[in-house]
Design a protein around this ligand. Structure first.
Ligand SMILES: [Zn+2]
Length: 122
């Protein structure tokens, strides 16, 4: 058991490398929230980690029933909030990812307007 200074309570110790590897193998190296495949590329593998569905800060246990493979973006979105269950957490994570995607597309993707295409043609 470790001590969480924010909640002033004892929490489960962080996942060890061996436990992390076991959880990743159980989940076939795929993020359980978004499906990112950690075997598809080195970049994907770098962002794959393990998430406590019920956070350690909320007395989540460090056992396979509470641990899932999770990419760091999904882990960051999920944060330390407590959800009723994995499906509740997944629903929140996927909805927020879509919000972020829509904002990103609005800011960085510029769809050419028909008038702009006409201007470029000789
Ligand atoms: Zn993910």
């Amino acid at each position: 058991m470790a001590f969480n200074i924010m909640t002033m309570s004892r929490v489960a110790a962080p996942v060890t490398r061996a436990e992390r590897r076991r959880i990743l193998e159980l989940d076939h190296y795929c993020c359980r929230y978004c499906g990112l495949d950690g075997r598809a590329s080195f970049e994907n593998a770098l962002v794959l980690s393990v998430d406590s569905v019920k956070p350690r800060a909320h007395k989540g246990k460090k056992d396979p029933s509470n641990l899932v493979a999770c990419c760091r973006p999904c882990n960051m979105i999920k944060g330390t909030r407590a959800y009723k269950n994995f499906e509740g957490a997944k629903k929140h994570v996927l909805a927020y990812r879509e919000e972020l995607r829509a904002a990103w597309e609005g800011k960085f993707i510029h769809y050419a307007q028909p008038s702009e295409i006409a201007e470029q043609e000789p």
